[in-house]
Write a protein that binds this ligand. Sequence first.
Ligand SMILES: Nc1ncnc2c1ncn2[C@@H]1O[C@H](COP(=O)(O)OP(=O)(O)OP(=O)(O)O)[C@@H](O)[C@H]1O
Ligand SMILES: [Mg+2]
Length: 363
Amino acid sequence: MYIKRIKLTNFRNYKDLELNFDKHTNILYGANAQGKTNLVEAVYLCAVGRSPRTTKDREMINASADFAHITVETVKREGDIKIDIIISRTLKKTIKINGVPILKMGELMGNINCVFFAPDELKLIKESPQDRRRFMDIDISQMSKSYFYLLQRYEQVLAQRNKLIKNTRDYNVLKDTLPIYDVQLADTGSKIVISRIKFIEKLKKNADETNRYLTDDKENLELEYTGIVGNSIQEIKAILLKEYEKNYEKDFALGYTSIGPHRDDIKILVKGIDVRSFGSQGQQRTAALSLKLAELEIFKTEIGEAPVLLLDDVLSELDSERQKKLLQRIKNIQTILTCTHFDFADKNEQKQFKVQDGHIKNS
Ligand SMILES: Nc1ncnc2c1ncn2[C@@H]1O[C@H](COP(=O)(O)OP(=O)(O)OP(=O)(O)O)[C@@H](O)[C@H]1O
Ligand SMILES: [Mg+2]
């Protein structure tokens, strides 16, 4: 698939923009604070339903306007799709697919698939397990709506269970009430875990291969899903039930549910060493990029169509050899990338747009 056109009205510093993208590499370049990331953010928003950098939708409305309207038109094998998102200061966000408003966010998933990478995504490697779970969850949700609903369900029950733990003073009362929640959590949780394990299994091989490619075969990459694991939904469900029960006293003391898929993680090893704790900055950056490029391959095989790759400010972090390798690697899929300057580009290979103060010049 690829994105044919984007229209922005009152979105961040764009008052009124209409832009046609190339099917392959699109380079948005310009000085700092001109609107490059804003444009990438708008595309991501139409794919996932939320911004990659804020949870407050209203921040995306132009400071001097009351609403923002984003339209993205895509070309897909099974028919073109138009997504409209309208964010208002007073009303709920409206999302339309081909002109028809959707009722649930899950309906948006899978219409535009994208893989997003920005310097901040290094947190995928460096920071808390929550970032790595989000990485898996957003990806699997894009490939499977039912996974998205499972997650929502799990979160709901988990919130109820946590509330109960917090509000119950008597341990014996709590012990008798928790099993109802455990069954529901284990039921959805086991399906979540098995999907994530399968996802990591698929990701593994490609991430390793990409990491070797980017490092001239100097560094291999290993991934492992860690947490409560098993070989089948039934097995994981049984283990989860047991583990929830085993931790009643601990949960009571802590005031929340201390184990389960909401605490799982991915272990990432470069040359056999945990890259999170011991990797150099460069190793971490390359590993994160390898994971993202591996995601692309999974999308291609799972959906049969390549997603759009969004690379915000990634090139400046790579030396020119790695920049060239990266561009070579992605030249057959649609990429929208931003940078302040570049010394590698070829106008025959890439479409270039100069971004200046909320306006774009096609050069
Ligand atoms: N809601 C808003 N209304 C108006 N302008 C906004 C809004 N939100 C952000 N901006 C403006 O958008 C600009 C930042 O845009 P963006 O983050 O896309 O910059 P950039 O071109 O990616 O720069 P850099 O190279 O530093 O990453 C800033 O000038 C900021 O003031
Ligand atoms: Mg930026």
